[in-house]
Design a protein around this ligand. Sequence first.
Ligand SMILES: Nc1nc(=O)c2c([nH]1)NC[C@@H]1CN(c3ccc(C(=O)N[C@@H](CCC(=O)O)C(=O)O)cc3)C=[N+]21
Length: 293
Amino acid sequence: MQILDGKKTSEDIKNEIAAEVQSIKAAGGKVPHLAAVLVGNNGASLTYVGSKVKSCQQIGFDSTLVALPEDITEADLLAKIKELNEDENLDGYIVQLPLPKHIDEEKILLAIDPDKDVDGFHPTNFGRMALEMETFIPATPFGIMQLLERYKVETAGKHTVVIGRSHIVGRPMSILMSRKGNPGDSTVTLTHSRTKNLAEFTKNADIIITALGVPEFLKGDMVKDGVVIIDVGITRVDDPSNSKGYVIKGDVDFDEVSKKASFITPVPGGVGPMTIAMLLQNTLLARKIRSRK
Ligand SMILES: Nc1nc(=O)c2c([nH]1)NC[C@@H]1CN(c3ccc(C(=O)N[C@@H](CCC(=O)O)C(=O)O)cc3)C=[N+]21
């Protein structure tokens, strides 16, 4: 059994990006500039946005945190987005999800300039991804593809079962694994909350990608020997004995499933850190595309 070490791999990728930033600087070019829009102050969102800002500093990107009040109106948020779209100094930005209930998420995502949409959530970029064109691949699925590639996990002709059809993980993941190329060329089954007899699919899977948010959902008796496991779940479970007051749990019962797996991602230290690295990779791409224009 081999651990797919997202912490280490994300550090490798960040070092590669940092080296590119140095050569951009040496050539007198402009360094990539990423902004994150955070509405309100959800604990997990703050953690994520915080590590993003820290990573930007680490690799030499410019970064801006746009912190807005929980009760901001949709119109005011749209005005802010227009400002970011027009900011010549900014290469890419993300609007941290989920947004407060009174704001229409779809309306906000549609307002983001696709050329600055480093999350790859805009329909234009989602379509480009599905059509195998150059674009921003959503960071979590992109990070998973990088882990599969760098650890040389075979995907061609394999049966990949994705659990969860969210727009930011499960759905794009199913598309990427079915695309031509390596990693890819997989036969994909996309399962979700209305799937019947889920275990019949997972038991026949060569690769399982879970993005469910149910701690320790996937048990040892639901998988076959040699399976490849990608665990996207990150749920904070209260734990008074821990100094933070919580522990982070994945969707996979690691103790049981790791005994049968050929490759497996840990939680934490698996897919999560890769997400941040790939957001930075997308921002570098945004800068390169803008400098070509
Ligand atoms: N517009 C937008 N884009 C996103 O990409 C986006 C988002 N909204 N909203 C929330 C989710 C979640 N997400 C994570 C990124 C990194 C870790 C991460 O680094 N996790 C660490 C643990 C961090 C902790 O202590 O909580 C790990 O797994 O090792 C987790 C979650 C990005 N998301």
